[in-house]
Design a protein around this ligand. Structure first.
Ligand code: AMP
Ligand code: ZN
Length: 474
């Protein structure tokens, strides 16, 4: 399997630290407002990656943090703490704000069928781990104390800038005019900050204060995945300064290589601009669902373009996603009908080849740095071939269904069609069938409406049969 590694700027063969296992850390949400679909594009890339590793038989440990303190407005050391700002505006406790928006993130993740991470560590619950790491950095000479603040001395870390491609001169040139007089170098960053007005504060060897944003991810990733692990993900804006600083902290503290592969998702755009909370040009998952968009179409649209290309969000894109899912869903329903109406038998070579070629090509496409467009093309070629196949028996239909299910274990877009249809709905469907045979259209329509009112959708199939699934007739 090949992945593009931001650190080396190359597509590389993925070699796990431990055979058959992979550890992934993803920068999670800063919980000061509802997450938008741009955030979810990054989270879904992590989900796709994780699902694909599982498809390939890996055992995955996935950690996604929750940032509930320390993320300042400018991503570095300036401006208000994002969480505090919301807390002050809403006149609430920061932890109450964090709880509310963490819940919002969890609910939207569930709607998008994102597999839960093994753990969602919260920054505010790992302050002692952060303090320990800061102490270590001071002891080793990488950090210095000024009054009640602690800063990281980037001049001490030779590889600072390797991930982002920024040289120290670049960073200096970009530094703010009002340079913090306490710092030895303008590009040094805060590990621990003192601010008597900050709403969330903890005791530390340097006095009361709160942690810098970057130290949170260094401390939490090493606690749950070890000081050295396989993959770290995030959106492209995390590369600098966040991930550059994480590397400097973690490698200086442990003396080990921190992360083997860095994966960054390019921005989701809206009208050509980055979708962001600060610009306010955003959509949340509940907002789109409220507009009648199907949740699996949102998922499909957000995963359907390559993670290293921008994705320009449009409603036409969501419509196309709905149509694509319908094609897959229709194929599944037809195969289920065949399962019901035919007998078991030999699986012919053509069906066997169709399945195994599809799975091999799907694997090959995603193994090429998650080439999702190619993987989806393989999936739809397969569906076209399945739709052409004739005189299938139960065993063949089951084999093809299993292939679709394996593909969907990665894509995660199909709705479950396994819900048991209640007896009374089947009786109504039979009543309608009889009415139709008797050309009693009035009764047939009334019964169909009754079925729909109970939340079920009746579809006629060729040959006078029917199919029942969840949903209402429109
Ligand atoms: P935040 O809640 O701001 O900490 O962001 C959570 C994650 O979403 C981070 O990994 C960001 O890099 C990512 N992100 C933010 N905006 C976008 C966007 N428009 N497209 C893709 N990823 C984004
Ligand atoms: Zn992070």
């Amino acid at each position: 399997m090949k992945l593009y590694n931001t650190l080396t700027h190359k597509v590389e063969e993925f070699v796990p630290m431990q055979q058959g296992k992979v550890g992934i850390y993803s920068c999670g949400p800063t919980v000061y407002s509802h997450p938008h679909i741009g955030n979810f594009r990054s989270f879904l890339v992590a989900d796709l990656l994780k699902r694909f590793f599982e498809f390939k038989g890996f055992s995955v440990t996935h950690i996604m943090n929750i940032t509930d303190v320390g993320h300042l407005v400018d991503d570095a050391d300036e401006g208000a703490d994002k969480l505090e700002e919301t807390a002050r505006k809403q006149k609430k406790d920061p932890l109450e704000i964090a709880k509310f928006y963490t819940e919002s993130f969890m609910q939207a993740s569930k709607l998008l069928n994102i597999k839960p991470s093994d753990k969602y560590p919260k920054a505010t619950e790992h302050i002692s781990e952060m303090i320990d790491m800061v102490k270590k950095l001071i002891d080793k000479g990488y950090a210095y104390v000024v009054g009640h603040n602690v800063y990281y001395d980037v001049m001490k870390f030779a590889n600072y800038g390797q991930l982002s491609g920024n040289t120290l001169e670049d960073v200096n040139a970009g530094a703010r005019i009002e340079i913090n007089q306490e710092k030895k170098n303008p590009q040094d960053f805060a590990l621990w900050k003192h601010d008597p007005k900050h709403l969330q504060q903890w005791d530390s060897p340097w006095g009361r204060g709160f942690p810098g944003w970057h130290i949170e991810c260094s401390a939490m990733s090493s606690k749950y995945l070890g000081a050295e692990f396989d993959i770290h993900t995030g959106g492209e804006d995390n590369i600098f300064p966040h991930h550059e600083c994480e590397i400097a902290q973690s490698e200086a503290a442990s003396g080990k290589k921190f992360v083997h592969y860095w994966l960054h998702t390019r921005f989701l755009l809206f009208d050509g601009e980055k979708m962001s909370k600060s610009k306010g040009n955003l959509y949340t998952i509940p907002e789109l669902i409220e507009k009648g968009v199907r949740k699996n179409a949102i998922r499909y649209a957000l995963i359907s373009s390559h993670y290293r290309q921008n994705y320009n969000f449009t409603f036409d894109g969501l419509k196309a996603a709905e149509q694509a899912i319908d094609k897959m869903q229709q194929c599944v329903l037809q195969l289920k009908d065949i399962q019901k109406s035919s007998k078991a038998g030999e699986i012919c070579q053509q069906i066997k080849d169709l399945s195994s070629n599809c799975l091999a090509q799907f694997d090959e496409a995603l193994s090429d740095d998650l080439n999702i467009s190619k993987a989806l093309a393989v999936c739809f070629d397969f569906i076209r071939e399945v739709n052409k196949a004739e005189d299938m028996n139960l065993s063949e239909a089951s084999a093809l269904l299993e292939t679709i299910s394996k593909i969907d274990s990665v894509l995660g877009v199909l709705e479950s069609t396994d819900e048991e249809v209640p007896e009374n709905i089947i009786e109504l469907a039979e009543k309608r069938k009889t009415a139709k045979l008797n050309k009693d259209w009035k009764t047939a329509d009334a019964v169909r409406a009754e079925i729909s009112a109970q939340g079920w959708l009746l579809e006629d199939t060729p040959g006078g049969g029917y199919r029942i699934k969840r949903g209402e007739n429109t």
